[in-house]
Design a protein around this ligand. Structure first.
Ligand SMILES: *Cc1c(COP(=O)(O)O)cnc(C)c1O
Length: 227
């Protein structure tokens, strides 16, 4: 039984499930990276997961991450923080100062703003391109048919360090098709990172090639409502 109120033991279970899914897929478990999604949760919920050895976390809001993580980094300096939510132009500066990986490069305006900021601070972060695999009008991301040109422009034109692709499949669809699509695209473009799979489907994502799974609820339990 999952103990929803015990993040450290939930973490152990998720790690074991990841290792098993990797083994089932004939993959090396060390090729799969767990991004623990701590959005909405307070530091006292996150600390037990840090104490259990987890160092890679995902947050979807720049302001929330800025408020929460600098203090945690003082105690755990080797944290890697991924931005997994939409980035607005006016938050790019703060995002680059707060995060270590930007998973959500989803339009040229943001790609350019990131490139400018990296140049300004003299430091570049690894970036992933968010792909709107379901072509949902309300969802962020590059349409599948535009990904190749977008990645090329980001790499060659803007000199961004594009390491991979990420997707969030439509909630009402079988995710496997979206995972397979993302995986194929990454392979064709020679991109090593495939960020796909959340609490409900990370094992499936691993079977289809995920290198990074973003897992929140299965570790931290249900998210409290934001005020
Ligand atoms: C919240 C979130 C997750 C984690 O979702 P869970 O279902 O809680 O595991 C993963 N990816 C993104 C982009 C998210 O916003």
């Amino acid at each position: 039984m999952t103990q929803k109120n015990d993040p450290a033991s939930n973490l152990a279970k998720v790690r074991a499930d990841i290792a098993q899914a990797a083994e089932d897929a004939g993959r090396d478990p060390s090729d799969i990276h767990l991004v623990a999604v701590s959005k909405v949760h307070e530091a006292d919920t996150i600390v037990p997961v840090l104490e259990a050895g987890q160092r890679v976390f995902g947050e979807n809001r720049v302001q929330e991450a800025e408020a929460k993580w600098p203090a945690l980094r003082e105690t755990y300096p080797d944290i890697t923080l991924h931005l997994i939510g939409p980035l607005q132009s006016n938050k790019v500066k703060n995002a680059v100062a707060t995060f270590d990986v930007i998973e959500t490069v989803d339009r040229m305006k943001i790609a350019k703003a990131l490139a400018n900021e990296f140049e300004r601070v003299g430091r570049s972060l690894p970036c992933y391109v968010q792909v709107n695999t379901g072509e949902e009008p309300q969802k962020a991301g590059i349409a599948p048919e535009d990904v190749e040109a977008f990645v090329k422009e980001c790499r060659d034109g803007l000199r961004l360090d594009i390491q991979g692709l990420m997707c969030i499949p439509p909630i009402d669809e079988e995710p496997a098709l979206h995972f397979a699509l993302l995986s194929d695209m990454a392979d064709r473009l020679g991109l090593g990172v495939k960020s796909m799979g959340m609490s409900a489907d990370y094992e499936k994502a691993i079977s289809l090639g995920a290198t990074h799974v973003r897992v929140g609820t299965a570790i931290f339990g249900d998210r409290p409502k934001r005020d």
